[in-house]
Design a protein around this ligand. Structure first.
Ligand code: SF4
Length: 188
């Protein structure tokens, strides 16, 4: 894994841990993305305003953790990151950053999206689902968020293990919330 500088410095155990935690994160990200797309897809498809910005897409590129997820787990490679209009992540089916997308992109819901849900309870549940990845990354380094990581040296084995625990908790909570919101898996 030549792109993981610290991985080769710290050896195979670090790389194994990194792959394991990365895999767990991406599994949760995929489940959350499917649930979110189920709600925002119909609204965004007919919306004239694009709330995405190139500077948000680039958070994936600038952050070693998200960049690792993108490079290791994303099918779409070679996005034109330097492009500002339209934002590089946007493709014909919406955001093409399927792994390692900036966590705050998931948590933002405009008024139209929220009002497409029928009850306050559904809105609250949906917002909580949207916030899960943001919450998983909270306090990754003291008070700093996972999105603030700029260097591999900051992604220590201890922090990875703590992150893994939060991913587990986030996954459990997501499954509870999804069954509340959809009463079953979306699309089933
Ligand atoms: S949702 Fe995707 S395309 Fe939109 S700003 Fe975020 S990363 Fe970029």
């Amino acid at each position: 894994m030549g792109n993981v500088k610290n991985g080769s410095l710290l050896g195979e155990d670090y790389e194994r841990l990194l792959r394991e935690v990365g895999g767990n994160y991406v599994t949760l990200e995929k489940e959350i993305r499917i649930a979110i797309d189920h709600v925002v897809g119909p609204v965004c498809a007919v919306c004239q305003r694009v709330c995405c910005k190139a500077s948000y897409c680039q958070r994936t590129l600038r952050n070693p953790w998200y960049r690792f997820l993108f490079k290791s787990f994303n099918k779409k490679k070679g996005l034109a990151w330097e492009r500002r209009e339209p934002p590089p992540g946007i493709g014909t089916k919406g955001c093409e950053i399927r792994a390692g997308r900036y966590a705050y992109c998931y948590s933002y819901n405009c008024r139209k999206v929220l009002s497409s849900l029928e009850t306050d309870e559904a809105r609250k549940t949906f917002q909580e689902i949207s916030d899960i990845l943001k919450n998983v990354g909270l306090n990754f380094m003291g008070k700093r968020h996972l999105t603030d990581v700029r260097d591999w040296q900051e992604i220590t084995p201890e922090r990875l293990r703590a992150l893994n625990k939060k991913i587990e908790e986030g996954t459990k909570r997501f499954h509870e919330l999804r069954s509340l919101l959809f009463m079953d898996k979306p699309g089933s």
